[in-house]
Design a protein around this ligand. Sequence first.
Ligand code: ADP
Ligand code: ADP
Ligand code: ZN
Length: 218
Amino acid sequence: MKIIMLGAPGAGKGTQAKKIAQKYGIPHISTGDIFRANIKGGTELGKKAKSYMDQGMLVPDAVTIEMLLNRIQEADCRDGYVLDGFPRTIPQAESLTEALNAMGDAIDYAIDVAVPDEAIITRMAGRRACLGCGATYHIQYNPPKQEGVCDVCGQELVLRDDDKAETVKKRLDVYHQQTQPLIDYYKKAGVLAAVDGTRDLEEVFQEITAVLGDASCQ
Ligand code: ADP
Ligand code: ADP
Ligand code: ZN
């Protein structure tokens, strides 16, 4: 099963993608996590990505597309994956469609997690992220068991630099301009499912699994 998560920054894509990955036994691929791991590791890719990310802008398509297309050719992706944060532009979506077409394949579902901008601002201010394993928490809505420490891997949780209010506003602008058109793109492809992302995270997950069905034994 090949799934794309759509939605604004902070809509809950990562939170839901992790739950989907666990339920259906497929890898969760977050382009943001891959970039952050590269920044942490001081790689060339990390150096290229950092200045864009710090400004709330998108990393250029060429770099991002190559990275993602390589990732989905790895062995663990054979039975599918859930993409979180890719595609974010029409050229990225087109490249993915073409690459899958060439293999006689296609995306099964594009899930739009819909949340209005006002709610995004509060969510981002309370988000805490683990740079070790990519888990995210919310100080109020989804707190870790021990304050400031990741439940999954025990590393320290941080407020990401790009989650500061000013950068979040910029990222929302970028989202509306460059990423929102993908909703229409996947609607036309006949694979779009929209869920109400303002509800409690377990309720959002139930709505998603109602769409995906019980495909875990596929
Ligand atoms: P969020 O989960 O809050 O939406 P991400 O972790 O997905 O944030 O992305 C963080 C940053 O990484 C983005 O603001 C952007 O700079 C960069 N990035 C991630 N995915 C992409 C992509 N598909 N295309 C371009 N830039 C990306
Ligand atoms: P994205 O990957 O779309 O940027 P995240 O999954 O990181 O978003 O979620 C953004 C923030 O909102 C995190 O702090 C997360 O814990 C919190 N969050 C996610 N889903 C919900 C929800 N349904 N209700 C309230 N807070 C949520
Ligand atoms: Zn962790």
